[in-house]
Write a protein that binds this ligand. Structure first.
Ligand code: ACO
Length: 319
């Protein structure tokens, strides 16, 4: 026995930016963005921060679980766009909530939420925890190069959270990494060490080879869905819902076709939110739960892919 997801929560910045808003200062159009990506709008932080969105999402999930922060045995956060290099996002969230438990961050880019679930699975297996909070919060607009139409149109901000409790809904989980930083990366600050050989200051923006990432995403995510479904003892076509990282609507469609999943089983939020890296999956899951469309006994798979390259997938029999 490992865990069940007993509650979900999410938070989005209040500012909504349309494709037409972007076309005011980028050489792009609503038609290009919708056709190539499926994105119509995205939420963009103004006064919100990675931490403030994370705390709001966490509180929503704790409310749904009818738990207080003192009930938590572990907090795991995932982000590539935290407000600080240190302290960790998990420590900031812990402090804001007033929880009293270990807290750690995971950086696995857009697969972060799956990595967090896998780490939590280990804590449950060792009998070390009863309740775990996982929060994925991202301000992708912080590392977006707003001069580059090829990437600026893709991203948004948001946070999603889940509370895990001892249970047996999780039926299979896998994570992976390929150690290929070139197609998708964002440099850190160079620093002002007098001994640093290269004195140029890198721009801390996201660089992406979109077509390479697209190919990796479709092949990996479809293979991972087949694997986790098989390990859970079902055929991928028997899944009731699939909640995937939201990078491009065409990736979701192609992955569904490749693994034999009916496209209408794919949860889609990218049209409203854009790509929010590790926050996409828990936000989409929260929508699915709160809309009342996810029923006890149904099969739901989660799958992510992203910078690194990293990937991860899990299969649940919802309870
Ligand atoms: N508006 C108008 N034209 C554009 C835009 C834009 N916003 N962006 C690019 N173009 C142009 C290009 O300049 C190019 O023009 P050219 O033919 O004259 O050279 C043309 O459109 C086609 O460009 P492509 O890059 O070939 O377009 P593609 O169909 O591959 O779509 C996209 C690009 C949307 C980025 C796609 O490759 C994609 O979604 N890739 C995956 C991205 C992804 O998964 N990211 C996830 C990781 S993000 C993370 O981990 C944080």
């Amino acid at each position: 026995m490992s865990f069940s997801i007993i509650a979900t929560g999410s938070a989005l910045p209040k500012k909504v930016v349309t494709n037409d808003d972007l076309a005011q200062f980028l050489d792009t159009s609503d038609e290009w963005i919708v056709t190539r990506t499926g994105i119509k709008t995205r939420h963009v932080a103004t006064d919100e921060t990675t931490s403030s969105l994370a705390v709001e999402a966490a509180k929503n999930a704790l409310d749904m679980a009818h738990l207080s922060p003192s009930d938590l045995d572990l907090i795991i956060c995932t982000t590539v766009t935290h407000d600080y290099i240190t302290p960790s996002l998990a420590c900031v969230v812990q402090g804001e909530l007033g929880a009293n438990c270990p807290a750690l961050d995971i950086n696995a880019a857009c697969s972060g939420f799956l990595y967090a679930l896998d780490v939590a699975d280990g804590y449950f297996a060792r009998g070390r925890v009863e309740k775990v909070l996982v929060v994925s919060s991202e301000l992708l607009t912080r590392i977006t190069d707003w001069r580059d139409r090829a990437t600026a149109v893709l991203f948004g901000d948001g946070a999603g959270a889940v509370v895990l409790g001892r249970g047996d809904a999780l039926r299979s989980i896998k994570i992976g990494a390929k150690g290929n930083p070139d197609p998708l990366y964002s440099p850190n600050v160079g620093g002002i060490s007098p001994w640093r050989a290269d004195k140029t200051e890198p721009e801390c923006f996201l660089h992406m080879n979109g077509q390479e990432v697209f190919k990796f995403a479709v092949s990996t995510v479809s293979a991972d869905l087949i694997d986790v479904a098989q390990e859970a003892g079902i055929d991928v076509s028997s899944l009731d819902h699939a909640v995937l990282h939201q990078a491009n609507l065409r990736i979701l469609d192609a992955a569904a076709r490749k693994c034999g999943l009916a496209p209408e089983k794919m949860e889609v939020i990218i049209d409203e939110t854009g790509n929010m890296s590790s926050a996409c999956i828990p936000i989409a899951l929260d929508r699915l739960v709160r809309s009342g469309r996810l029923h006890s006994g149904e099969w739901v798979a989660l799958a992510g892919f992203g910078g690194g390259y990293t990937s991860g997938a899990a299969c649940f029999k919802w309870d």
